[in-house]
Design a protein around this ligand. Structure first.
Ligand code: PMP
Length: 360
């Protein structure tokens, strides 16, 4: 069977090698005579898988000793609430940079908890760029500054991060974690749902600086970072299958040569598609300003909705999956996370050129 050329935005393509390894181990994991889903989360076999996932992520991202890696549930969406619930104290203000619908949702949840401010935004320009660092005035007294490192819907990505001094920098990295080298020590918290670059949906990675973990017994127990930190993310039953697949994806990332090598491959993949856009004489128009272009989500429009409809229909018939833009903005989007092979990006660029030739 031929695997699909999958450009889904998330859940998204997983490495074929990972799926094959999971298939091989499906009936008998770690010599247990059981599938991973049938193991107790308190068993030695599962604990080994769980700890391996955490250790491999620490290694791949060079996570310093003073950070905790938590494996939680509830998606990145729950982090929109957990971050302010844990960090936004009475009398403090949390600052947000608005670069897309997901930052907006994060802000909306923080407003329910305490005082917030928008310190920079590209909303007026249809979220087509990342504000320049000089335009972001960090309030020295802020509880934290929240950013979305890659904007899945609009196809923009931060290239540099603001210096925030003593103010913790919090980043939603759902759609670009592990795709670029980042200096974790610059961040207070990094969080990401796994279903784009890390594995299947169901597990959310939270990398948190230890001094930001404060036991607050006023919070519901499972919404308190301290609960999960104290219990190695095994306070309650974790999503064992998702964590197992996360551990395999992380092994795969290491086999690819680690994050630097993966970033190099990603830059080449996105260039292949952006070149097809830039060389089309305006037939395809990129949504993102070139200096803010994402290496993960390439967003573009055709000149008319009719042309877009035909492009998407023909692409679908040719075996390309998931090229529709997000339902809120339409247009086209190719999500090219770590597991999407370079060959699929080349095939898409070839298809775009061919479509343009035939359409005009
Ligand atoms: N943040 C970003 C940047 C996203 O792309 C998404 C999902 N597409 C979310 C948050 C929401 O994630 P979840 O569905 O895991 O709650």
């Amino acid at each position: 069977m031929k695997r699909a050329r999958n450009f889904n935005a998330g859940p998204a393509a997983l490495p074929e090698e990972v799926l094959k390894r999971a298939q091989n181990e499906w009936l008998n994991i770690e010599d247990s005579g059981m599938s991973v889903m049938e193991l107790s989360h308190r068993s030695a076999q599962f604990e080994k898988i769980h700890n391996h996932a955490i250790a491999t992520l620490k290694e791949l991202m060079s996570i310093p000793e003073n950070y905790e890696v938590l494996l939680l549930q509830g998606g990145a969406s729950l982090q929109f609430s957990m971050v302010p619930l844990n960090l936004l104290k009475e009398g403090k203000r949390a600052d947000y940079v608005l670069t897309g619908a997901w930052s907006d949702k994060a802000l909306k949840e923080a407003k329910k908890v305490g005082e917030t401010a928008v310190v920079a935004s590209s909303k007026e320009e249809k979220y087509s760029f990342i504000p320049s660092l000089e335009d972001i005035k960090v309030n020295e007294d802020a509880a934290y500054l929240h950013i979305t490192s890659n904007n899945t819907i609009y196809g923009t990505q931060w290239k540099q991060f603001p210096e925030t001094g003593n103010v913790p920098l919090i980043a939603d990295m759902s759609s670009d974690i592990l795709s670029e080298k980042v200096d974790v020590s610059k961040f207070g918290i990094i969080y990401a749902g796994a279903q784009k670059n890390l594995g299947p949906s169901g597990v959310t990675v939270v990398i948190i600086r230890k001094d930001l973990i404060e036991d607050n017994d006023q919070l519901p127990t499972v919404l308190n970072y301290a609960t999960h930190a104290k219990n190695n993310s095994l306070y309650n039953t974790p999503p064992t299958l998702a964590i197992y697949l996360l551990s395999l994806v992380l092994d795969w990332a290491k086999e690819q040569g680690g994050v630097e090598k993966i970033a190099e491959i990603n830059h080449n993949k996105s260039k292949i598609i952006y070149d097809a856009i830039d060389e089309s004489n305006g037939f395809y128009k990129g949504h993102a300003r070139p200096d803010s272009r994402s290496h993960m989500n390439v967003t573009f429009n055709l000149q008319t909705e009719e042309a877009e409809k035909q492009f998407l229909a023909e692409a679908k018939a040719a075996g390309f999956v998931g090229l529709n833009g997000h339902r809120s903005i339409g247009g086209c989007r190719a999500s090219i996370y770590n597991a999407v092979p370079t060959a699929h990006c080349q095939e898409l660029a070839d298809f775009m050129r061919e479509f343009q030739k035939n359409y005009q």
